[in-house]
Design a protein around this ligand. Structure first.
Ligand code: NAG
Ligand code: NAG
Length: 290
């Protein structure tokens, strides 16, 4: 009993000591600042934004990006909870980690003074960035062939000549496109794949088709599919109708014009006849009235 009491006493002494130490800590200025939680990387076509919580009050955040060989700062003394770090992730295949520092306005930047921080999950742009919507550059339906040209999404990375790199410039032949196409108003969907930016598929002559395309990264095990492009539909024009259909349409058109002309003529004839008869009747009646 006595031993237990002594242990309890020393336990409460230890607690007291802890409490005292905690009381002392605020002098360093950091103990009460929250650190970032729920840190996420949002990345699409290699444009990457780091996001976290909570919104700061009376303190600031500074982001540090750790690459394989160096550490860089971004969004220094930031009062917001997202930071565009695209340009700090120079090599898409490298693994990056972010540290989010919580700092007070009056903080001393000396080496001895380490603000509290939270560490993000790791991020490899090449493996994790989402692939955005491709654009349909042009498409053409001729007889029983549908041709589609896809435009690669752009990334924020640039060549030395300052033109933007596309996702093709980064993924090279690991980038594939899938085409999904179907006869307008039907549900039977077909697909085709290409490692280039062009599709040529066989279709039924004279029918309208709808389609969309989607990028696909062959080297990935997750996030393999990109966003779908907008749906597009073809509208069959005269050039793609075959000769028989065209002739048929000409015959029908000519017949319609013929019928219309006959109708006009008969109207005129009927009108003239009526007028003539009325005039005749007037002539006959004239002597009686006089
Ligand atoms: C972190 O995310 C969880 C789940 O989405 C949420 O419940 C929590 O409130 C978030 N934390 C903060 C500080 O907002
Ligand atoms: C810039 O350089 C890249 C690759 O060297 C090339 O593909 C692209 O066409 C160039 N752009 C311009 C505008 O010259």
């Amino acid at each position: 009993m006595a031993a237990a009491a002594a242990a309890a006493a020393s336990g409460s002494q230890a607690l007291l000591l802890c409490a005292l130490l905690l009381q002392l800590r605020p002098s360093s200025g950091y103990s009460e600042i929250p650190t970032a939680v729920n840190i996420t990387w949002s990345s699409i076509n290699f444009k990457t934004v780091l996001e976290w919580e909570p919104k700061p009050s009376n303190y600031f955040y500074t982001v540090e990006i750790d690459g394989p060989s160096d550490r860089k700062k971004a969004c220094i003394h930031f009062a917001r909870t997202e930071c565009d770090v695209t340009y700090l992730l120079e090599n898409p295949k490298d693994t990056y980690t972010a540290r989010i520092l919580s700092e007070t306005p009056l903080m001393d930047n000396g080496d001895s003074d380490h603000p509290p921080y939270a560490t993000s999950p790791t991020f490899i742009p090449y493996v994790q960035t989402m692939i955005g919507m491709p654009t349909i550059k042009k498409f053409e339906q001729k007889n029983d062939i549908l041709k589609i040209v896809v435009e690669d999404p752009l990334t924020p990375y640039r060549f030395k000549n300052s033109s933007f790199k596309t996702i093709r410039d980064i993924f090279k032949d690991e980038l594939e496109y899938t085409l999904y196409y179907w006869k307008d108003k039907s549900t039977g969907r077909k697909e085709a794949k290409t490692r280039s930016n062009e599709f040529t598929v066989n279709i039924d002559k004279g029918k309208n088709y709808c389609f969309y395309v989607q990028a696909f990264i062959l080297s990935r095990t997750e996030n393999r599919k990109g966003e779908k492009s907008f749906d597009k539909c073809t509208t069959v024009d005269k050039a793609s109708l075959d000769d028989f259909e065209l002739e048929g349409m000409l015959v029908i058109g000519a017949a319609a014009v013929g019928v219309f002309i006959l109708f006009i003529i008969s109207c005129v004839v009927v009108y003239k006849c009526k007028k003539f008869k009325a005039a005749e009747r007037e002539k006959e009646n004239a002597p009686l009235n006089a």
